[in-house]
Design a protein around this ligand. Structure first.
Ligand code: HEM
Length: 492
C-alpha cells in the first residue's frame, strides 16, 4: 500500500461498512447513547459524519439549464474538412473522439417537468487529444438577444416571479417588448417545435458563428448543426399536457431507456460556411445570433456523426458536476466577434468556480483526457498529488516548454470604445419569412399561443400595442390577426 496515493474507487470495496475515514462501522442502526433511551453522545463520530455529509449533499443548481440529462458516446468524422480547420479531432474521416452530452430545459429548477415550452440545451463535450472542446448550443438556431449584457434581465423575466414564484406571461411580454430582436426566436419557441417530444428527436445548433482556422491560418466563418437520424418530433400543447402529466421526467427516461435497450441516438454534424470577406454583403449581420444563415444560400455540408451509446453511471458525478463552457475550444476552432459569444466565454467557468469549486476541472467528468501541465493549482479541494519543487515559470529547473504555436484569429480589429447596437439589426425580416413558411394550421397555432401570452390580464395595452407593431413589421397579416383578437388595430 502506498500511503500517499489518492484512494482509487477500486478500493471502495470493503466487505463491511466503514466511515469515510476508513474505520470499521459495527452498528449503522443505533446512535451511541447513554443507556438505551439516550441522550445521544456527540462523540459518536460516525453519526456526526453521516449527518454532516447528508446535510451537504446538494450543491447549487445551475442558474439556468438546471434540469437536464446526460449520456456518453463518440463523435466520428465522416467527411474531410481538414482544408478548413487544423483541429486534430477533425483531421480525417474515421477519427473518433469520446463525448459526453447534456440536454436540458432552460428556465425551471433541477426537478421541474420536461414537457414544457422552453428552449432545450444541447451541450457536447469532446474529449480531444488537444484538450476539451465544448459546443454549448440549443435546439433552436437563433437566440432572443444579441448582447450578453441583457442576459441576466432576460432570465429574471423568464424565471418565476420573485414574489409569487410563478412564471408569468406579463413579465415576459413586458421585458421582451423592449427587445425587438427577440421576434425571430419567438417564431421558433411558440411554433410547434417549442416542445420537443424528447431529447433524441431534437436538432441542435451551435447558434453562434464560430471560426475555423486551417494550417495555413486561413479563417472561415462556420455555423454548426446537429441533425437527429431518427427525425424531429415535437409535442403539440395538448399532447404535452398528457405526456408531462403522466411523467415529469419523460425525456430523461426516454434517453436512458433507449440507450439501455441498445437503441442508440445518433446525430449528423453539419456545417454552413462563409468567407469572412463576404460578411458585409448580406441583409443581416452574420455574427448576429438572432439570425439564421439561409440554407439556400449557405448549404449544409456533412462533417461527422455522434452516437450516444453509454448511459452515465452516476447522475451527480456526470450530470450535476458536469461543466461546459463556450470558451473551451481547441486549436483550429475560434470564437467570432459575436458579442453574445464573447460574454459567454466568461460566464460559464465563472459560475462553475462558484457552483462546483475552483478545482472543478479535476473532477473526472470535466478533466481533459489528454496529458496536461501548468502551475494553476491549489485552492479548495485540490486533490492532485504533485511533488515538484518548481511551481513557477520560467525556470531553468523545469524542462516543460511552450507548445508549438496555436493559430489564433488574425482578423484586424479597429474602432473606438462604445456601447452601441449593431448597425444592421434587421429585427423582423426572418421572423416574417418563417411565419409565412408555416402552413395555415401551424400559423393558427402560433397566433393562438402569442394571443394567450398577450391575454394575461396584467399585460398592459401599451405593451400589447408594442407587440402588435412588432408582429406587423414581421408580417402585416400576422400583426393584424393578433391585434384583431383584442379588437384592436395594429400599427407600425
Ligand atoms: C451571454 C449570454 C449567456 C449567458 C451569460 C449564459 C450563462 C449560462 C450559465 C451561467 C449557465 C450555467 C452553467 C453551469 O452552471 O454549468 C448556462 C448554461 C447553459 N447555457 Fe447559457 N448563457 C448565455 C447564452 C446562451 C446561449 C445563446 C445558449 C445557446 C446557444 C446557451 C446555452 C446554454 C446551455 C446548453 C447550458 C447548459 C449547459 C449544461 O448542460 O451544463 N446559453 N448558461
Amino acid at each position: 500500500m502506498d500511503p500517499y496515493k489518492y484512494r482509487p474507487s477500486s478500493q471502495y470495496n470493503t466487505p463491511f461498512w466503514t466511515t469515510n475515514q476508513g474505520s470499521p462501522v459495527w452498528n449503522n442502526n443505533n446512535s451511541l447513547t447513554v443507556g438505551p433511551r439516550g441522550p445521544v453522545l456527540l462523540e459518536d463520530y460516525h453519526l456526526v459524519e453521516k449527518l454532516a455529509q447528508f446535510d451537504r449533499e446538494r450543491i447549487p443548481e445551475r442558474v439556468v439549464h438546471a434540469r437536464g440529462a446526460s449520456a456518453k458516446g463518440f463523435f466520428e468524422v465522416t467527411h474531410d474538412i481538414s482544408h478548413l480547420t487544423c483541429a486534430d479531432f477533425l483531421r480525417a474521416p474515421g477519427v473518433q473522439t469520446p463525448v459526453i452530452v447534456r440536454f436540458s430545459t432552460v428556465i425551471h429548477e433541477r426537478g421541474s417537468p420536461e414537457a414544457i415550452r422552453d428552449p432545450r440545451g444541447f451541450a457536447v463535450k469532446f474529449y480531444t487529444r488537444e484538450g476539451n472542446f465544448d459546443m454549448v448550443g440549443n435546439n433552436i438556431p437563433v437566440f432572443f438577444i444579441r448582447d450578453g449584457i441583457k442576459f441576466p434581465d432576460m432570465i429574471h423575466a423568464l424565471k418565476p416571479n420573485p414574489k409569487s414564484h410563478i412564471q408569468e406571461a406579463w413579465r415576459i411580454m413586458d421585458f421582451f417588448s423592449h427587445v425587438p430582436e427577440s421576434c425571430n426566436m419567438f417564431t421558433f419557441l411558440f411554433d410547434d417545435i417549442g416542445i420537443p417530444a424528447d431529447y433524441r428527436h431534437m436538432e441542435g445548433f451551435g447558434v453562434h458563428t464560430f471560426k475555423l482556422i486551417n494550417k495555413a491560418g486561413k479563417e472561415t466563418y462556420v455555423k454548426f448543426h446537429w441533425k437527429p437520424t431518427c427525425g424531429v418530433k415535437n409535442l403539440l400543447d395538448d399532447e404535452a399536457v398528457l405526456v408531462g402529466g403522466a411523467n415529469h421526467s419523460h425525456a430523461t427516461q426516454d434517453l436512458y431507456d433507449s440507450i439501455a435497450a441498445g437503441n442508440f441516438p445518433e446525430w449528423k454534424l453539419m456545417i454552413q460556411t462563409m468567407n469572412p470577406a463576404d460578411e458585409n454583403k448580406f441583409e443581416f449581420d452574420p455574427l448576429d445570433d438572432t439570425k439564421i444563415w439561409p440554407e439556400d444560400r449557405f448549404p449544409l455540408q456533412p462533417v461527422g456523426r455522434m452516437v450516444l451509446n453509454r448511459n452515465i453511471d452516476n447522475f451527480f458525478a456526470e450530470n450535476e458536476q458536469l461543466a461546459f463552457c463556450p470558451g473551451v475550444i481547441v486549436p483550429g476552432i475560434y470564437y467570432s466577434d459575436d458579442k453574445m459569444f464573447q460574454t459567454r466565454i466568461f460566464s460559464y467557468s465563472d459560475t462553475q468556480r462558484h457552483r462546483l469549486g475552483p478545482n472543478y476541472l479535476m473532477l473526472p467528468v470535466n478533466a481533459p483526457k489528454c496529458a496536461h501541465h501548468n502551475n494553476h493549482h491549489e485552492g479548495f479541494m485540490n486533490f492532485m498529488h504533485r511533488d515538484e519543487e518548481v511551481n513557477y515559470f520560467p525556470s531553468r529547473f523545469d524542462p516543460v516548454r511552450h507548445s508549438e504555436r496555436v493559430p489564433i484569429s488574425q482578423s484586424r480589429l479597429a474602432g473606438v470604445r462604445e456601447k452601441a447596437v449593431i448597425p444592421k439589426e434587421n429585427n423582423f425580416q426572418q421572423a416574417g419569412e418563417r411565419f409565412r413558411s408555416f402552413d395555415p394550421a401551424r400559423q393558427d397555432r402560433f397566433i393562438k399561443r402569442i394571443v394567450e401570452l398577450l391575454s394575461d390580464p396584467r399585460v398592459t395595452q401599451e405593451v400589447r400595442s408594442v407587440w402588435f407593431s412588432y408582429w406587423m413589421q414581421c408580417d402585416r397579416t400576422l400583426g393584424q390577426r393578433i391585434a384583431s383578437q383584442f379588437s384592436m388595430k395594429a400599427s407600425m
